[in-house]
Design a protein around this ligand. Structure first.
Ligand SMILES: Cc1ncc(COP(=O)(O)O)c(C=O)c1O
Length: 395
């Protein structure tokens, strides 16, 4: 009945959102979500800073603010982002955005024409893939290896004619696989990006959630040519409902992003920004992040040890060193979609792997599990149920 635009007509709803729609069943154990652990929200800090701001600066909090973000938060965000080593260069600027999903949307709008190609890790975060698709771009995947993307295939994809518009990469605890791109691969990705003139969109919402191993510098930290657009988010260390993220990129890009934001939501919520600024300046953020890491490590280890006990040995899975997800692979010949359906019938939800593929029609043997949201009891019970199912499906 409605004459929707061609671009939007072909857009499919996220498979994850569709699964989450069925989550009203109180019996359902969900390993399908992507929420951070709610017990980690710094609620007393948020309450304290909100009250302080409301008492001391109510008008500022309730007024419109600048599109690029309030000045003091931009300053404290830069300090935070650069605290382990310099990420931003002299030609760079920072913008505060309403979640890094907004960064994906704006970058897609800025770079993609109908029919363009965006290269991404395969599998990858479906929210970003859908932003590229919504702008008429085709998403082309490069397979993941244990230490990041397959470089030979990445180079082949970069060299294709016409050149792709962007390379989208999640180097830390990737969604959905939980994998980390090695330092060597980060450097190689940067070199290839320069060689083929393909800007890199480096999405890093999970970097703070490392509970094992050493910090690996972001691709942005090697960037001397303005080739890398870096995005960080407060969703996983503060609270996702505050809708706070930031982009660090060459000034010319940030300027354009600010113009796009003016046409979209004018500015990021002023209250959230002011609370985040107070939090960054006044609280023990490192202590808070360290506490989150402990919780995630415990939950991840619990899920892994239960999987080790109950899963068929024919199922393989990643062993994350941070982040919120792990990625399981069923042996060839097993019907993954039927497995996921049967799991739901037994009241355990996981996300089918094909939801994350660059080619929406390709099939997958994988499924994603989230360990940050479920309680310990649900992890034990749910993995027990899934384990039995893997035995039934795989023997
Ligand atoms: C890889 C990745 N990027 C971006 C986002 C969006 O995060 P937000 O918009 O809450 O900052 C998510 C959310 O789960 C994600 O997994």
């Amino acid at each position: 009945m409605y004459d929707f635009s061609t671009k939007m007509r072909s857009l499919r709803p996220s498979a994850i959102r569709e699964i989450l729609k069925n989550m009203s069943d109180p019996e359902m154990i969900s390993f399908a979500g992507g929420n951070p652990a709610v017990e980690c929200f710094p609620i007393p800090d948020i309450r304290r800073y909100s009250e302080k701001i409301l008492a001391e600066q109510p008008v500022k909090m309730l007024l419109y603010s600048t599109t690029e973000g309030i000045a003091s938060l931009r300053e404290s965000v830069l300090r935070f982002a650069n605290r382990y080593g310099k990420i931003s260069g002299p030609e760079d600027d920072v913008a505060i955005l309403s979640g890094s999903q907004q960064a994906m949307d704006f970058i897609a709008r800025l770079f993609c024409n109908e029919g363009d190609t965006v290269i991404a890790e395969d599998p990858s975060f479906v929210g970003a893939l859908n932003s590229f698709r919504a702008c008429g771009a085709k998403t082309v995947g490069v397979p993941m290896e244990a230490d990041g993307v397959d470089l030979e295939k990445l180079e082949a994809a970069f060299a294709a004619n016409p050149r792709p518009k962007l390379f989208y990469v999640i180097p830390n605890f990737q969604n959905p696989t939980g994998l980390v791109t090695s330092l060597a691969k980060r450097k190689a990705i940067y070199e290839l990006a320069v060689k083929y003139n393909v800007p890199v969109l480096e999405d890093n919402p999970y970097g703070e959630l490392r509970f094992e191993g050493d910090y690996v510098p972001p691709i942005k930290s090697f960037d001397e040519k303005g080739m890398v657009i870096y995005c960080g988010s407060f969703s996983k260390i503060l609270a996702p409902g505050m809708r706070l993220a930031y982009m660090i990129a060459n000034r010319q890009i940030v300027e354009k992003i600010v113009t796009i934001k003016q046409c979209s939501d004018t500015h990021t919520n002023t209250w959230s920004q002011m609370v985040c600024d107070e939090w960054l300046r006044g609280s023990d953020t490192e202590g808070h992040i360290a506490a989150i890491r402990k919780v995630y490590q415990r939950k991840c280890n619990l899920m892994l040890s239960e999987m080790d006990r109950h899963f068929s040995k024919k199922v393989t899975y990643t062993r994350p060193t941070g982040g919120m997800f792990l990625w399981a692979t069923l042996p060839d010949g097993v019907d993954m979609l039927e497995f996921v359906k049967q799991a739901q019938a037994r009241k355990v939800a996981v996300v089918p792997g094909n939801a994350f593929l660059c080619d929406e029609d390709a099939s997958s043997q994988c499924f994603r599990l989230n360990y940050s949201t479920p309680s310990d009891e649900d992890i034990v019970r749910g993995i027990g149920i899934l384990g039995k199912l893997t035995e039934e499906f795989c023997g």
